[in-house]
Design a protein around this ligand. Structure first.
Ligand SMILES: [Mn+2]
Length: 334
């Protein structure tokens, strides 16, 4: 694995113009990873260009160089880059650039840095560690392995990724190496209190009202021991809320002491239903369900999208879970 880190370092040394991509609908991990890397590349006099297909949440504006990340797709048209680095994306469509890549004048070598179990290993070099808490932890290891100095700006970026993907060091991804990395990063000047302002002290009255609606709808599906809830576009309209205001709910469900897994369904503006599974149990693999529903993710946190309306999606989801469980049983019995 660390051979790959070495090869990537050599590849970067030889490159000049480097395109960096964080996944669409970016979270703290993909943003923390890309901004730490942009900062590093600038320090060594490279020309990094950051790209994200969709807007960056306002709360993450404190990260260094977020203004260097554009959503302008013209940076792909007929352009040439020496290298392309993709952060926290299992494949290029998840990243949001599958359709953009062919527009480049020349196909650059791709570096894939990620921790998703469902990663397609689409890069020339794939620094994919599925046991890592976050992509930021892998980037931290990468810098450490290659003896690259991590300054306080990079530390804040990487600590953001670690903090958000471990849900403030509470979820199942919180390993000793994640805590060690976080501790080191705080020692290097990572601003943990600034991170918390965005990730914890960010609740609004509107947001809490939406949570109230979702909490009211919590249902336990006895057969599979799965607890679920949902939110519709009408709910958002009724509360004058934005979609981003429901983001944290599926993580919050991790605090539930009941059920083998939790599922949150959200109706999108296009009528499609996005679902996210969470579990804290080691014997449950929710990525198998998500995969069967056309999505992907980790064993303990995975997502998918399916046709609406909500009632139909609920039926589809539990039929699929049934099929997956039955298949697992047949393989077990062999
Ligand atoms: Mn991640």
């Amino acid at each position: 694995m660390w051979q790959t880190a070495k090869r990537i370092n050599t590849e970067i040394e030889q490159a000049d113009r480097i395109l960096l991509v964080c996944h669409k609908n970016p979270d703290g991990d993909t943003l923390g990873s890309i901004t730490a890397f942009i900062h590093y590349l600038k320090k060594i006099n490279k020309q990094p260009v950051g790209f994200c297909l969709t807007p960056i949440p306002e709360g993450f504006r404190y990260l260094p160089h977020v203004d260097d990340i554009t959503n302008n797709t013209t940076i792909w048209e007929n352009e040439t880059y020496d290298l392309l680095i993709v952060f926290d994306s299992g494949d290029l469509s998840y990243a949001g650039v599958a359709d953009l890549l062919p527009k480049l004048a020349k196909q650059p070598p791709i570096i894939d840095i990620d921790h998703h179990a469902t990663n397609h290993l689409y890069g020339k070099h794939n620094l994919v560690i599925t046991t890592a808490s976050s992509t930021a932890e892998i980037v931290y290891q990468y810098f450490t392995y290659n003896k690259i100095d991590i300054d306080k700006h990079m530390a804040t970026s990487l600590l953001t990724g670690l903090t958000t993907d471990t849900d403030h060091f509470t979820n199942a991804a919180t390993s000793s190496s994640a805590l060690r990395a976080a501790s080191e990063l705080i020692g290097l000047g990572g601003n943990f209190s600034r991170i918390k302002e965005t990730t914890l002290k960010n609740k609004s009255i509107i947001g809490l009202k939406l949570w109230g609606i979702m909490f009211n709808r919590i249902t336990k599906q006895e057969k599979h021991d799965i607890i679920y809830t949902y939110i519709t576009q009408q709910d958002l309209l009724d509360c004058h809320a934005k979609e981003t205001e429901v983001e944290d709910v599926s993580n919050f469900f991790n605090n539930l002491g009941e059920g083998k897994a939790a599922l949150v369904l959200k109706e999108g503006r296009d009528g499609r239903i996005k679902g996210s599974f969470r579990t804290t149990r080691d014997d449950v693999d929710v990525s198998a369900y998500a995969l069967a529903l056309g999505g992907g993710g980790h064993k303990k946190a995975a997502g998918f999208s399916t046709d609406g309306p909500i009632e139909k999606a609920i039926t589809t989801v539990f039929e699929t879970i049934d099929a997956v469980d039955n298949k697992l049983q047949t393989t077990d019995n062999r």
